[in-house]
Design a protein around this ligand. Structure first.
Ligand code: AR6
Length: 231
């Protein structure tokens, strides 16, 4: 039997900020409406086969570098499942470094449904894209282009024709896009990470010196891009 207090809180759309972020699971309604938030997937670690342990070090290093530069804005690393290896690696390493858990959190959910399914309002979402900035191809790129509808492809084309590894571009999302109207996302930031998958074009032949350098550049470009829309 639920207590009266719990019932009241469940029916309330706004959960006070001191109560998050740990209850940020699907179904809870957290209002982050006033806090600029970037949700980003782990760049290069699925289709591009980048080593998870190395990637988690780089994510934590870059988050630590940027989190205080971003004022009151937040960064959220997202992956599809609670069992995500990258989420648990990053969570543990971020805790070790005492990174402020109000400014950086990990979240299990679909990046295209963070508000509608997870109650997490994100101003911007990052996309781990391909060099041609083309829809499809699986992974988070296919999911974001499909959820955003043709408006994203048009807006992306108007911004750039292609992307080099380690770079990012900020694309304002037209209000006609369902990602804007349903999820409250105003910008998509496309990022191209290093490719370690020999089955994909321009792979790095397992050169992790280059790979780590490009992944660091990719996160810097992503967080600089987010900083440019927060200001
Ligand atoms: N929501 C949240 N996270 C997701 C979602 C989603 N809907 N889908 C995937 N992830 P990947 P990459 C996570 O493969 O390794 C594409 O075909 C996933 O679990 O999307 O950078 C592009 O066109 C993983 O943690 O990107 C490129 O060609 C993370 O997102 C290529 O794949 C990144 O996985 C890029 O490969």
């Amino acid at each position: 039997i639920q207590s009266h207090a719990t019932k009241e809180r469940d029916s309330n759309q706004v959960v006070e900020s001191h109560e998050e972020p740990k209850m940020a699971s699907a179904g809870s309604n957290i209002s982050l409406e006033n806090i600029p938030t970037l949700a980003f997937p782990s760049i290069s670690t699925a289709d591009f086969h980048f080593n998870l342990d190395k990637a988690s070090d780089i994510i934590v290093e870059k988050v630590e570098e940027y989190v205080n530069k971003l004022g009151n804005a937040r960064l959220v690393l997202v992956d599809l499942s609670q069992n995500s290896k990258i989420l648990s690696l990053v969570k543990a390493k971020a805790a070790e470094k005492n990174i402020d858990s109000k400014k950086f959190l990990t979240f299990a959910g679909n990046i295209t449904k963070l508000y509608s399914e997870g109650g997490l309002h994100c101003t911007a979402i990052a996309n781990a894209t391909n060099w041609r900035l083309k829809p499809g191809g699986g992974g988070v790129n296919a999911a974001i282009f499909s959820a955003a509808g043709p408006a994203l492809e048009t807006a992306t084309k108007a911004t750039a024709g292609s992307l080099s590894p380690g770079k990012a571009i900020v694309v304002p999302l037209p209000s006609s896009s369902p990602l804007f109207s349903r999820e409250g996302v105003t910008h998509v930031i496309h990022v191209l990470g290093p490719n370690m998958n020999p089955q994909r074009p321009n792979h790095l032949n397992n050169d992790y010196v280059k790979g780590c350098q490009i992944l660091r550049e990719a996160y810097s470009a992503l967080f600089d891009g987010f900083a440019s829309i927060v200001r």
